[in-house]
Design a protein around this ligand. Sequence first.
Ligand code: C2E
Ligand code: CA
Ligand code: CA
Length: 434
Amino acid sequence: MALKDFSTYFETGEFLFKEGDKGDFAYIIESGSVEVSHQSGNRKLVLSKLGEGDLLGEMAVVDKLPRPASAKALEPTRTIAIPVDYITEKIQDADPTVRMILRLIMYRYRDADARLRQVFDGILPIDENMQHSEQPASATGELKSVMAQFLDMQQRISTAVNMPAYQGDGPGGEQTLLNTKILVTQDKSIKSALKDEEFHLCFQPIVELTSEKIVGCEALVRWTDSAGKMIMPTQFIPRAEMTGLIVELGYWIARKACEFQFRLACENKNPLFVSINLSGKQFEDKNLIDSLANIMDETGVVHEQIKFEITESLLMDNPEVAGDALKRLKETGAKLAIDDFGTGYSSFNYLHQFPFDTLKIDRSFVSAMSGNVKSNEIVKSLVHLSHDLGMNVVAEGIESNFEVDMLLQHHTDYGQGFYFSKGVTEEEFVKLLK
Ligand code: C2E
Ligand code: CA
Ligand code: CA
């Protein structure tokens, strides 16, 4: 069945479908625009306005329940109509996990949608032209909260869909699928997980390559959910960034990492540095630098023993803002590292403008060294250029003795990776020191 055969045209004002209709087609808008709305008596709630490239009408086609809303062409509109049989066939052939996720999404959408209309039917004033975006001002708290849940749901799905494919993801995208499942089913928000103390930090040693002595560590966040399942940061940091909760989570991480450093320095007389990852979103918080300085003061750490890791993409996205913030962060006395170096597109010409103390070579270069002369040359020149710019170098993701040997040949200062140790608890870290 070729979908191009299902090109459909709608005049201005013509309905693609009405509330209560049976779902026979989903539509992709090729040109024009469509309004999706819910009508109750003479009141209309505009749920969304969709344009070129948007998909609509999929809900009833997938779950076979009556259309939950009406869709009307706002101008001459051309669509590709996807017949229900076509979708049913594809769903039947899909992996059971995909079907399960789809059902769950549908159920939650329907549920949120039903509650939205209930609130709307009960409380909103009569206004023919009321817009989805204009509602918060006039809406009650209840409507706001239902809308917020609805938007949160949309965000979670879009995070899941936009999640980058992981290295080592199987041919069926198993890792991406797993992440999708976690994101969509994660009912608990990061906020309540923080309250319930479900986060903890682990610490991955960073060693001096010549002596293999531990000189510091990187704090890595973990989430153990109420069922006792460990969730890795790649599975929730993107969502925390999207919802803005990374700001609160970021402060929690910074405080815990500083407290850990303080204990190391006092109890173990070991002035090791602790690296803390900062996400780009945290820089949107105007108080970031002052708050981090306060955390360092309140926990009693020597500022120079705290290092903040910032990724290349953060610099590239907004060099002026990042440059200013980094200068101020450096003035607190803390050290700065550029993380995942080599994965973005920044150049050395550009790096010297920022006050970095450390450059972290991304794991992809380190693991490519064994089979690839070019990667070796890249690592070698990265180390030399870093040294010329007054930075020391940490090679990330070291997994073999061979890699250590090569890195030593290139005069790399420090290393981090499973070859030495994975991220461990505080007690295990102290044991490693001994
Ligand atoms: P990252 O900053 O590059 O952290 C290093 C990641 O590489 C960690 O994964 C670490 O466990 C893993 N790793 C270390 N050595 C090896 C190795 O030899 N082989 C392999 N295959 N992997 C190795 P993790 O803990 O899953 O963290 C992933 C990313 O999540 C981090 O990448 C960082 O971007 C983010 N992240 C972790 N903790 C935090 C945090 O506290 N705050 C923020 N904003 N992001 C964090
Ligand atoms: Ca890092
Ligand atoms: Ca890294």
